[in-house]
Design a protein around this ligand. Structure first.
Ligand code: HEC
Length: 104
């Protein structure tokens, strides 16, 4: 009886896509999004194309938890537009994983 219930819960979780959400962020997908949405200001190497943009290749502003970085991309900052509603939470985590690869 208990196994039947457990099986049901697992199936429901899979249907709701929780399995996918629990997976690691995808930096490759993040790189594609970066080229489309962020590169104009932040540069292909992350060093920054416009005054005031942080230098991700030196790890600037990256010494924080992923959730904090995701929130600041979501809300925008100074010259940077807010991406709330434009990118999904999943995509924001993918982008953050990609930003971490830019550090040289
Ligand atoms: C219009 C230019 C522009 C675009 C497009 C842009 N940014 Fe930014 N971004 C900036 C500037 C300028 C800052 C520094 C803002 C400040 O300190 O006032 C910044 C800051 C940041 C920060 C640091 C925020 C913090 O809390 O210190 C992150 C992370 C970031 N951008 C990621 C991204 C990502 C990811 C994208 C693409 C989805 C993106 N940016 C698109 C200009 C831009």
């Amino acid at each position: 009886m208990i196994w039947r219930k457990t099986g049901f819960v697992v199936v429901v979780c899979l249907l709701l896509g929780w399995g996918g959400f629990a997976g690691a962020a995808d930096a490759v997908n993040g790189g594609k999004l970066y080229a489309r949405f962020c590169q104009n200001c932040h540069g292909s190497d992350g060093a920054g194309q416009i005054p005031g943009a942080p230098d991700f290749s030196r790890g600037e502003r990256m010494l924080r938890a992923d959730t904090v970085i995701v929130d600041s991309i979501k809300n925008g900052m100074g010259m940077m537009p807010a991406y709330r509603g434009q990118l999904t939470t999943r995509e924001l985590f993918d982008l953050t994983a990609y930003l971490r690869t830019l550090r040289r």
